[in-house]
Design a protein around this ligand. Structure first.
Ligand code: ZN
Length: 255
């Protein structure tokens, strides 16, 4: 009887749920049990807009974004076992080894909000990490459901990053290539308007270097995940809204 009631009630809650930005614990539980669970990796070159879209998926699906950079900082700040090891490595200028990063991800996935899925952003970045991640996820019985590849033109990435300008007073980020702010030089909201500045990393040379690292180390993941039947590819160019629509479509989530 209880089961029958659930079957009758859940689809309605589910339909409304799609339109809600904030989902209730009940909706999330119902959805997870009956409809889907989404464990997603976002894959794409630096500057392809993964971070922005990850935030949108989080809002839509009610699952956490697992960003390894943020996780590391938080584990170090909280002084967890892995956090202390990461801190020790960083203090002597070493890279934090994959084992520590995976340990931190594993701890994060054990928290209750990740039971219904997660959006992993910034990891894995190479084949060794992908394989280590897969065996860790298998050991906690949370294998990936999908890997979404963000396809963008490198010339466009370099152009966009090199066009970024920041207001030193209010922090607003502009782009000299945006249709709304072509060739912008001064902040539009501050009075008197300060001259916008360019971050030292936002130049074509640095971007080209980061893209080369992506090509060499991360790109092999495309074939790796395609062979496993997990890969979905989207065109990540155009407006943020357009890309979100394609992303939801690729994941078969109604917009
Ligand atoms: Zn300003």
């Amino acid at each position: 009887m209880l089961r029958l009631l659930q079957w009758v009630e859940v689809p309605t809650a589910f339909k409304d749920n799609l339109k809600l930005k904030q989902t209730s614990a009940f909706d999330r539980l119902a959805r997870a049990r009956y409809l889907w669970r989404m464990r997603i990796v976002l894959l794409g070159a630096p500057g392809s807009g993964k971070g922005t879209q990850a935030q949108r998926l989080v809002t839509r699906l009610g699952v956490p974004q697992i960003s390894t950079g943020d996780l590391l900082r938080s584990a170090v700040a909280r002084g967890t076992g892995y956090g202390l090891r990461a801190k020790a490595a960083m203090e002597i200028g070493q890279l934090v080894v994959d084992e520590i990063v995976l340990g931190i991800i594993r701890e994060r996935l054990a928290e209750s909000d990740a039971a219904l899925g997660y959006v992993l952003d910034g990891f894995p970045r190479n084949l060794a990490q992908a394989e280590a991640l897969a065996s860790m996820l298998a050991s906690i019985k949370q294998p990936l459901d999908a890997v979404v590849l963000f396809e963008v033109d490198y010339g466009e990435i370099a152009r966009r990053i090199a066009g970024r300008r920041t207001c030193p007073k209010c922090g607003t980020i502009y782009n000299v290539h945006d249709a709304a702010t072509p060739g912008i030089t001064h902040c539009k909201t501050c009075v008197p308007p300060p001259l916008l500045t360019q971050r030292p990393d936002d130049n074509e040379q640095t971007v080209t270097k980061r893209l080369a690292v992506y090509d060499e180390q991360t790109k092999p993941l495309i074939a790796h995940y395609r062979a496993q039947g997990l890969l979905r590819t989207i065109n990540a160019q155009g407006s943020v809204d357009d890309v979100t629509a394609r992303l939801l479509q690729a994941l078969k989530i109604k917009g």
